[in-house]
Design a protein around this ligand. Structure first.
Ligand code: AGP
Length: 609
């Protein structure tokens, strides 16, 4: 979504702000801008398109200052354009603001400002109203003016504001959109996300919801919604700045696919004691809590939701409790049955997906126990949960989620095992069997990655296809949804996933000699049924790429190609079966010369409805 960066110190702000904005490019954006107080006024420069377009209009002259704010915009209100880009100023540019989120009552405010103050709006955006509100309330105290302005605003917003008459400070506010403050020496920073800060600081403050922060070059003061100063723990960021770089891979996505063995290793082994007991770091759920639950919801969006589909099956099997999965944008509006016997599990890589956050709040309001599986430390979903289970996958930069998905699956298994063992639903032998199968996964994923050239060959054969279907049964059906999403979101090929048994109820009518079907057949107990489903689609002329465990060779007789994954117990196959699908999607998109890390129309974190 939108990216915010602010700098206040004794040096030039421009370079730090542009550096920070570049680190936020992965969030997806369509325009960029910067505001600096110059000669007693705020000068705003902004441009549609990539940051390099902005650099062309801020380089040549001595346009700079020791304080400033910058922004990368992902349009929600008003098309991408220079005038709709942020920052936005008030009438005389005595204040300027950058904003991430949506002001839901902006029309009402806009009309009031026009009627009562004769404000002439320049842009079509909701964000511009913030600048004018602050401008009319400003009487020399920026913090006071900002606090008054946010009282009029409804919606989700992270904002950063500067004023020409106070060119030594930035005021920022966080409500339902992320903000993090970087603690420097002789300077301070504010940003939407940690990568924007890493070049300059390692110590940060996470800004909580409804908090306001005032930054000067020597201080960062945080205030709660009642205006009381709050003390905040310093968080040390251990991520190496380069960890977010590509490290030699052509794309972040390929790098992150290859980081999966390490992500799985880190997410799993850090939680396993020598006796195989699981220490759910910081999870406060007790045996009584677990026995109290009579239902689990797993709610998420996109890839995270697909991890939930696998989670449903493994938690039901191992913890013997009914599990319902739902996409967050549906859950939040269907008045679901939730009470204090419900465990609500939110899965989110970014921890800032607005739909998932809203669904979490809905469940919390109805008394559910909230657990989240999140990759970004200190993100909103994490902070609003009773218990957080981090996927230690490291920063996931590519819009297409890969290592977050497989580490989310690991968390699903650990939660299932923890609950099942605590309830006595599974015996020691089965528990240890699954643990040992999980421990073997990093090496098995690495073994699949060694075959990437074979998968690249397949991609070269099929990249021109217009329709590619993914089919599977049981756990494979959940994985086929993920394989289909990976393909469509980076290659723009029409793709469709369906439970193989459902084909005969209509979809098989679409099969023809131009169709490619990726058939997942990793579940031993469903293997024969999958082979007959493959025969059905093949008899209608479709081409077949089979995914099966090593040794299950019958599938070769009914497939054009087969990708084998290492032998393992059925329950853990999703972590292996998804890897060839990720690679297939990647190499097909590469053949089609798509913008793999930043696909069109997509953002890494969808922080609006
Ligand atoms: C996955 O490849 C997509 N980028 C998208 O579906 C994503 O999984 C979804 O928006 C949820 O994001 P989250 O995990 O950060 O909540």
């Amino acid at each position: 979504m939108c990216g915010i960066v602010g700098y206040v110190g004794s040096e030039h702000a421009k370079e730090k702000i542009i550096d920070g904005l570049k680190r936020l490019e992965y969030r997806g954006y369509d325009s960029a801008g910067i505001a600096l107080p110059v000669n007693g006024k705020i000068e705003i420069r902004k441009h549609v398109g990539e940051i390099k377009n902005l650099e062309k209009i801020i380089g040549g002259d001595d346009y700079d200052a020791p304080v400033g704010i910058g922004h990368t915009r992902w349009a929600t209100h008003g098309a991408p354009s220079d005038i709709n880009a942020h920052p936005h100023g008030n009438q005389n540019n005595s204040v300027a603001v950058v904003h991430n989120g949506i002001i839901e009552n902006y029309q009402e405010i806009r009309e009031w400002l026009q009627r009562e103050y004769g404000v002439a709006f320049k842009s079509e955006t909701d964000s511009e109203v913030i600048a004018h509100l602050i401008g009319i309330y400003y009487d020399g105290d920026l913090l006071k003016a900002v606090n008054k302005a946010v009282e009029d605003m409804r919606g989700a917003y992270a904002i950063a504001v500067i004023a020409a008459d106070e060119p030594d400070k930035i005021v920022a506010v966080r409500k339902d959109a992320p903000l993090v403050a970087g603690i420097g020496k002789g300077f301070n920073l504010i940003a939407s996300d940690i990568p924007a800060l890493l070049k300059y600081v390692r110590e940060v403050y996470f800004i909580e919801n409804n908090e306001t922060v005032v930054l000067t070059k020597d201080n960062i003061d945080i205030y709660d919604e009642k205006g009381r100063k709050v003390k905040r723990e310093v968080f040390h960021v251990s991520w190496d700045a380069d960890a977010a770089e590509k490290e030699g891979y052509e794309h972040f996505m390929l790098k992150e696919i290859h980081e999966q063995p390490k992500g799985i290793q880190d997410t799993l082994f850090k939680r396993l004691a020598d006796d195989n007991s699981i220490n759910l770091d910081g999870i406060t759920m007790t045996k009584e809590d677990i026995e109290n639950f009579n239902k689990v919801y797993i709610v998420a969006c996109g890839t995270a939701y697909h991890a939930g589909l696998v989670g449903k099956m493994v938690i039901e099997k191992m913890a013997e409790i009914p599990v319902e999965t739902d996409i967050a944008s549906e859950f939040r509006y269907r008045d679901p049955f939730v009470d204090d016997k419900t465990l609500f599990i939110a899965i989110s890589q970014s921890g800032e997906t607005q739909d998932t956050l809203a669904a979490l709040r809905e469940a919390k309001a109805k008394g559910a126990r909230i657990m989240s599986v999140v990759n970004v430390v200190g993100s909103s979903v994490a902070r609003e949960s009773d218990d957080v289970f981090y996927t230690w996958a490291g920063p996931e930069i590519a819009v297409a989620s890969t290592k977050a998905y497989t580490t989310q699956l690991i968390c699903m298994y650990l939660i299932a095992l923890y609950m099942g063992k605590t309830k006595g639903a599974i015996d020691e032998d089965y528990y240890n069997l699954i643990i040992s199968e999980l421990k073997a996964l990093p090496d098995k994923v690495a073994a699949i990655l060694e075959k990437e050239k074979d998968i690249e060959k397949l991609a070269k054969k099929y990249y021109h296809k217009e329709h590619i279907f993914f089919i599977g049964r049981g756990l494979d059906s959940g994985v086929s949804y993920e394989g289909s999403l990976k393909l469509k979101e980076i290659s723009y090929i029409h793709s469709f996933a369906i439970a193989a048994g459902e084909l005969k109820h209509g979809t098989i009518a679409l099969m023809d000699p131009d169709t490619l079907v990726v058939a997942l057949a990793t579940q031993d107990f469903l293997y024969e049924k999958m082979v007959s489903n493959i025969v059905e689609v093949r008899s209608r002329g479709a081409r077949i790429v089979g995914i099966a465990k090593e040794g299950k060779n019958e599938i070769e007789k009914v497939s054009d190609e087969v990708i084998y994954v290492p032998q393992c117990i059925d329950e853990v196959t999703p972590v292996l079966a998804v890897v060839p699908l990720q690679l297939l999607a990647y190499f097909i998109a590469k053949e089609r010369e798509c913008n793999i890390d930043k696909p069109k129309n997509l953002a890494k974190s969808v922080t609006v409805e």
